[in-house]
Design a protein around this ligand. Sequence first.
Ligand code: ATP
Ligand code: MG
Length: 390
Amino acid sequence: MKVSTYDLNKIAEKLNLSIKDLNKAFKKKILREDEYKETKTLLFKKEFKGIEKGTVIFLNDNLDIVRGYPKTYRAITLYPTLKKHFIDKVVVEEKLNGYNIRIVKIDGKVYALTRSGYICPFTTKKVKKFLNLEILDDYNKYMLCGEMIGLNNPYMPYYYKEVDRGYENLGFYIFDIKERETNKSLPVKERINLCEKYNLPYVKPLTVVDKDEAHIHIRKIIEKLNKEGREGVVLKDPDMAVPPIKYTTHYTQCEDLKSAFTFFFDLGMDFLFSRVVREGFMSYEFKETLEERKKRAKDLGEAILLPMVETINRVANGERVSEDFELIFDSEDDFDEFLDFMRKMKMVIKIKNIEKINTNEGVKIKALIGKIYNKTNDKIISYLNGTLWE
Ligand code: ATP
Ligand code: MG
């Protein structure tokens, strides 16, 4: 890519970094150029001196900045963690299991940025269609942070009954509105009022509790969400004066393991230990009986072993296993553009099926795409053929 010229001084000043630091970030390849159609950006690939990973600088006259979405810390125990972390009240929100998106409007154009700071063509088109984004004309300095959920997406294909639109299962819920250049969040109430005013979908608080009793209430909520097969909660200070904290259900721990162990040589290692630790502390804190603990252990074991053996069986039968997702596009051009984007993301994919479907909004393209995990496929074949474990 041709290196464009832009005012490094101004960028450094806006980010509160020195020119020296900025150059260091370039040199270390933490700061990289990127482009989406005619839009050129700089992108932080990693956290750097307080600038979040996924921070994007639009290379326009303003040098508009969109800060990366901060990491959400996890409570391993509810007590005393919540009591220690929060100030007074705790807002409990459901944690949706989709992918994080920041929506901004720059030079009159709407962009949907992924967590890593890429402008996603698929998501950008969907949010423009799903939402009336007038709010960004009135509040251009804000970014709408939310979760894109549903089965028909390329990142986290997970069914949610509330976002069923007939031919497509996909929807967006705002959980945070932030000043995009400073990353300062609006208080929860203000965020909700704005969403209501502009008729935007948002994550509704389940309840507000005192921090001293939070662990008791949240345990009950978690048990209910667990039964319903939902991911967990994100806990917030009403004024967003301290960072949010997440806590997830046993169901999610198991689902994560199941999906990771389907492609176990690619994903198993990174997923395993942290999930098992979460379960260990939950079992302790919930004062389980031996019987309950054994049930948990059985669930965990099955979540690991069953998908693994299933995958080995499939590979042994000559199949190349892939993670499949079905996406709906308005046109061939949109589909092609998305394929280019996937290649840029270095995702190894295989198009398994394409068909035209009739919907109440006209003819659309439905594509079945498989994400290939080469390591899992290749290693299984090699062990089945007698290779020794090193
Ligand atoms: P990290 O831990 O770095 O934030 P991760 O990919 O491991 O990233 P998750 O475990 O999914 O993240 O938890 C944090 C994410 O949860 C947020 O980035 C956000 O996308 C998502 N999320 C879903 N529902 C909410 C909610 N109600 N409030 C805040 N975040 C939510
Ligand atoms: Mg998530």
